[in-house]
Design a protein around this ligand. Structure first.
Ligand SMILES: [Zn+2]
Length: 554
């Protein structure tokens, strides 16, 4: 355009009359944010508004609402949980009759012989209180399901997790159709592997549809960037890239390639060779980007699959002391091999035993070539010790974690099974920040609303009993917001572009109905995300924003 001389600055959009939380170094507040070409042009007050207003500028009058950076979820699962959107939902069902009705609706439109899969009984994400939430106070069995259809194999996904057990009718010895111990991930059982092979495979199309179904829920909750940290497949990356290409991916996705620790070192080296395009700071665009490789050591304590520093009661009351998914020496070799090739490494380590292995491996890599500024990441981190936190600080290792685990498992797992000393140190956000480590926050198993997670950083409530778990680990509201925005951007190496509202950064913005710094604490989860913008464009609440907007003509 002829009038776009170097000195002529014009905003595409001016957000005015806002309660702007910039989340910069000093947590500065402002009133006006100017956006141009998908980036933040200026942040300030009346001066910014006056100097950047031109004919054609769109002015969005926020009417005092809060404007802040979108949340950066460093351990969310869209692709995995997206698949559940394709299943029959049992959420909110209060009886087996209701479950039968919902399954019947699906069988009516499904050719005989095809699988019907449902979500677990109860309410996601943790399905607390089942099966007592059903009128019959038991799970449905094969007889209940046979009444719906004997022409379709029907699978009610189990909540979790105990020793494998095929329940049998005590009178006839016939299987009732109830299978225990069938949790779908971190399940080492060969019986489960054989069973899982019978279930319908997740096709590329299903993955893509699942992402398309679920991603809007994240942006409606205020999340504008999300890291798929593990349990990933190349088909998911393809789906994200294709959806983005079609203009149907509403948020940024950072992606890791998962290494299979059961493979030989030679095979893993070959795979790293194949993936070398994604080494260093990554590969892709600012919208869909591969940021490294991930390799897991354990699952969570509630499955009894976390590698702790002592035996602990597993889901069925027996003491467990599981081995890491990859033996210590081999894990060290894999991390060194990946680090030598320049990859950023995401290590899934929930328990103290596996955190110690991950840190030993990262230390070994560091001795070959310093990793301080390479942003190696520890994922999950349920119960790190202070010494482990100090080692992260020394190595420049950044953790991602989730207080949602406390909501899901705080009472019956953390306090009752693991004990008070463990519970007091659950997801120790205070310790991380006091040690100067930029811990970041995530939704992981859900709930998926970012503001729920902001609240849970403060409240630390167990969902079942509402008791507070580890009150000494509470953090402030500013810290809660910062770890879920700037620290998240730092964990994926995007801190120059994301995580705060400062000139030059990408315009990922959310408009909130109330200020999370000042509303009563227990109202934070009910704050409405009025609109979400990515690259300055609305991906949620476009109609509402349009009502606030006018275009300057003079
Ligand atoms: Zn996870």
């Amino acid at each position: 355009m002829s009038r776009s001389g170097a000195l002529v600055k014009q905003a595409d959009t001016l957000f005015v009359n806002g309660n702007v939380l910039t989340v910069d170094d000093r947590f500065t507040r402002a009133n006006v944010v100017a956006v141009r070409d998908g980036r933040i042009l200026a942040v300030g007050g009346a001066d910014v508004r006056a100097s950047l207003s031109r004919p054609g500028t769109e002015v969005v009058d926020l009417g005092g609402r809060t404007l802040m950076p979108g949340f950066v979820d460093t351990h969310g699962h869209i692709a995995l949980f997206g698949l559940e959107t394709l299943w029959v939902s049992l959420a909110g069902a209060t009886s087996i009759a209701e479950i039968q009705k919902r399954i019947a609706r699906r069988t009516a439109e499904t050719p005989p012989g095809q699988w019907i899969v449902t979500t677990p009984v109860g309410d996601p994400p943790y399905y607390l209180g089942t099966p007592n939430s059903l009128a019959e106070r038991r799970f449905p069995n094969r007889h209940d399901l046979d009444l719906v259809s004997t022409k379709h194999p029907i699978y009610v996904t189990p909540r979790e997790f105990d020793g494998i057990e095929v329940e049998k009718d005590p009178q006839t010895g016939e299987p009732t159709g109830e299978l225990h111990g069938m949790q779908p991930i971190y399940n080492p059982s060969r019986f489960f592997a054989r069973f899982a092979a019978l279930l319908p495979a997740f096709t590329y199309e299903a993955i893509r549809r699942g992402i398309e179904n679920l991603a809007p829920e994240f942006v409606a909750g205020g999340t504008t960037s999300l890291l798929e940290a593990h349990l990933t497949s190349p088909d998911e990356l393809r789906a994200y890239a294709e959806l983005d290409g079609a203009g149907r991916l509403p948020l940024r996705v950072f992606f890791t390639f998962e290494l299979d620790g059961s493979k030989s070192l030679v095979e893993i080296e070959e795979r790293l060779q194949l993936l070398s395009f994604a080494a260093g700071s990554g590969f892709g665009s600012d919208k869909v980007r591969v940021v490294g490789v991930s390799i897991g050591l354990d699952g969570p304590h509630w499955h009894g699959s976390a590698v702790a520093d002592r035996p602990y009661p597993g889901p069925y009351g027996t003491m467990v002391s599981p081995d890491p998914l990859v033996p210590r020496e081999k894990y060290v070799e894999i991390v060194k091999a990946a680090a030598r090739r320049g990859f950023r490494i995401h290590a899934e380590a929930a328990g103290r035993g596996s955190i110690s292995i991950a840190l030993a491996a990262m230390k070994a890599a560091d001795e070959e070539r310093p990793i301080r500024d390479r942003r190696f990441v520890l994922e999950h981190c349920e119960f790190p010790t202070r010494e482990q936190i100090a080692e992260c600080k020394r190595l420049g290792v950044v953790p991602t974690t989730a207080t949602n685990f406390i909501w899901g498992k705080g009472a019956e797992v953390y306090r009752e099974r693991l004990g008070d000393d463990y519970a007091a140190q659950a997801i120790p956000l205070r310790d991380w920040l006091d040690a100067g480590v930029p811990v970041s926050q995530s939704t992981d198993w859900g709930p998926r609303s970012a503001l729920f997670t902001v609240w849970q950083s403060l409240a630390r409530q167990a969902g079942l009993t509402r008791e507070v778990i580890g009150p000494a680990q509470r953090i402030s509201r500013e810290e809660s917001i910062r770890i879920f925005t700037r620290n998240g951007a730092y964990a994926v190496g995007m801190e120059e572009k994301l995580g705060s509202l400062e000139p030059g950064k990408l315009a990922d913005l959310i408009v909130l109905s109330a200020d999370p710094l000042t509303v009563p604490e227990d109202e934070i989860p009910t704050i409405e995300v009025v609109a979400t913008l990515v690259d300055g464009r609305p991906v949620h609440g476009a109609e509402v924003l349009a009502r606030f907007a006018s275009t300057l003509s003079k």
